[in-house]
Design a protein around this ligand. Structure first.
Ligand code: AGP
Length: 604
């Protein structure tokens, strides 16, 4: 899990590499490095790398007088093989060949042993270093040829950029790891993600698996897996650089929480057919195939897994379909039977466990759908159909707008499935869809409660432990609330189905454990509130407006707009995000980059 960048053009490479790397820090930030073609002596490299933040390395680079020429590569790392140390930081160098790599080389031990037998000395503990030595070994004036031979020996995933000052071009290649190229004026860029290079160019090429690109300062030569040249498919990026930056908010997370009305609107846009009472989605399935389904199996990780649990309640009610939801890393594909629809939910589209589960399911021959926020991400190439969530880039490590956009996509999918299976009448579907269109406005009303929620967050910010309870559609949100608080506020938090408390966790409830009760649907949670109040806990209830019963039992009540239960789950999701955000903010924690975590987990 790393970010890579590359530049070749007519300006000094170093400053551009640092600038673009900083925009990729969300992909990993335990060490960083750059390699640039040296100004001093032709055909040699200047390499600068260390454990720690990019900004610190940049200071060293500036102190050294900004060395280097107009071509270079850079890397920001999240350790997988070997600790985050200077030595393990990329670029890895062999002679005058430097490489940056994102992914995992599965057979690196084998390759390392054979290279060591040939006398190669390794400098790091990483899997990536083998690539540098292989490329150097094969290089005889044709860098692309050497990289092809080296990658031919590699098992696993990679996005790589390779620099050798003797070569007139840089080489980039990808397999199962994202990589985009950018065409500028007298300059060509490469990066793991679009926002990194957006302030330089809007003309993007998304590399596909197996492709290799030769980057010259005025052109890109693209080759397919067989080595044949391919025409460039340039895509014009319409969203602004601002969309990838903080836009006045102190943290990306807060900005992204506030972008939710827009993200929901975009996710619904053009898909709701109000007159027909139906939904337009690219599922890669006919109505006949949808009618033949007898089960849905969902795989996902973390927050996306909670979206999957939400779908469990939704699909059974709107489409009469039983749903199994599994954490992707524990997925047992042998249980897949004909007639199952496999849905993988992943905002990044690159989560290794989710991709692997999807690949396993494909072996069983079932139909597959991906729900993702990233156009061109790996998951989209694997699934039969994709629903894009259109939340825009999410930079904060904590998933917020991508989560509620996933819920919105699942709401749409529920209606589509229900409609195709004749489980919903056109009238029922139409009514539901009309209510969906009001959801962005309702979320806006929850955002307007921010000061109220902030005061509660600050009051309990020093709690040693938090509990979240919810029932039915709100159970997944209780899990999500607890995950958010753990993730960014580092407070041990538990999410429970309200009914489960008395089966064990109640033993932990004391006057020091605030309990967040999600109480916007159903009355049963009131007895759970009474249970914990009787043990001395303060209860913060998120309830529907004018629910006088809740006011009698909870210590504090935040009123949310009244709506149907499935939609109130989205409102509660926004409320618990705000609670976690303001708690972490009170504790002065690095909200957008919580310790030990990375935005996109591309290792199993
Ligand atoms: C959410 O706040 C987390 N950062 C994490 O649980 C995340 O949802 C998980 O890693 C899955 O990511 P994905 O949606 O990109 O697959």
């Amino acid at each position: 899990m790393c970010g890579i960048v590359a530049y070749i053009g007519s300006e000094k490479a170093g400053p551009i590499l640092f600038d673009t790397l900083k925009r990729l820090e969300y992909r990993g930030y335990d060490s960083a490095g750059v390699a640039v073609k040296s100004q001093e002596s032709k055909d040699s490299l200047e390499v600068l790398k260390s454990a720690g933040r990019i900004a610190d390395l940049e200071k060293v680079y500036l102190k050294l007088g900004s060395p280097g020429e107009t071509v270079g590569i850079g890397h920001t790392r999240w350790a997988t093989h070997g600790n985050p140390t200077d030595r393990n930081a990329h670029p890895h160098v062999s002679g005058d060949v430097a490489i940056v790599h994102n992914g995992i080389i599965e057979n690196y031990l084998e390759l390392r042993e054979s290279l060591e037998e040939m006398g190669v000395q390794f400098q790091s503990e990483t899997d990536s270093e083998v690539l540098a030595h292989l490329v150097r070994m094969y290089y005889q004036g044709d860098l692309a040829g050497a990289v092809t031979k080296a990658l031919g020996q590699v098992e696993g995933s990679y996005a790589v950029a390779i620099l050798c000052p003797r070569s007139p071009y840089l080489v980039c290649a990808r397999r199962d790891s994202p990589l985009v190229l950018g065409m500028g004026k007298d300059a060509v860029y490469a990066a793991s993600d679009v926002p990194a290079i957006l302030s330089y160019t809007r003309d993007i090429v998304r590399m596909k698996d197996g492709e290799m690109a030769l980057l010259y300062k005025d052109k890109i030569e693209l080759r397919d897996a067989s080595g044949a040249s391919k025409p460039l498919e340039l895509e014009k990026i319409e969203w602004g650089v601002d969309a990838a930056e903080k836009g006045g908010y102190p943290h990306f997370m807060l900005k992204e929480i506030h972008e939710q009305p827009r993200a929901l609107q975009e996710t619904f846009a053009g898909r709701i057919l109000e007159i027909e009472g139906d939904v337009r989605l690219d599922l890669g399935m006919t109505d006949f195939e949808i009618r033949s389904l007898n089960r849905v199996s969902i795989v996902a990780c973390g927050t996306s897994y909670h979206a999957g649990l939400f779908a469990k309640y939704l699909f059974s009610r709107a489409a009469g379909l039983p749903v199994d939801v599994e954490v992707a890393s524990e997925f047992q594909h042998i249980q897949l039977r004909p007639g199952t629809l496999l849905i993988s939910i992943t905002q990044s589209g690159e989560t290794a466990d989710t991709l692997l589960a999807l690949k396993k399911s494909k072996v069983c021959g079932v139909k597959t759908i991906a729900i993702t926020n990233v156009v061109g991400s790996t998951v989209t190439g694997l699934a039969d159909g994709t629903i894009f969530t259109r939340a825009g880039p999410e930079i904060g490590v904590a998933a917020t707008k991508t989560f509620t956009a996933q819920m919105a996509a699942l709401l749409l999918l529920a209606v589509r499935l229900g409609k195709a299976r004749n489980y919903l009448t056109p009238d029922q579907a139409r009514k539901m869809l009309m209510e969906f269109t009001r959801l962005p406005g309702l979320v806006q009303s929850v955002l307007e409660k921010r000061e109220e929620i902030k005061a509660i967050a600050e009051k309990y910010a020093y709690a040693e432990c938090y509990f979240f309870i919810g029932r039915d559609f709100l159970y997944p949100i209780a899990l999500e609330g607890a995950l958010k608080l753990k993730e960014i506020a580092y407070i041990p938090s538990e999410g429970y189905a309200g009914g489960e408390l008395k089966h064990g966790p109640l033993a932990l409830i004391t006057g020091k454990t605030p309990v967040v009760a999600l109480a916007t649907c159903g009355k049963k949670v009131q007895s759970n509130i009474k249970e914990v109040r009787a043990r001395g806990a303060d209860v913060i209830a998120f309830a529907s407006e004018d629910d006088s019963d809740i006011v009698k039992v909870a210590s504090t009540v935040v009123e949310l707009p009244k709506t149907r239960p499935a939609l109130s789950a989205v409102l509660c999701a926004v409320a618990v995000q705000l609670l976690a955000y303001y708690t972490a903010n009170k504790l002065n924690l690095p909200i957008d980059k919580p310790r030990n975590l990375a935005k996109c987990v591309t290792v199993e």
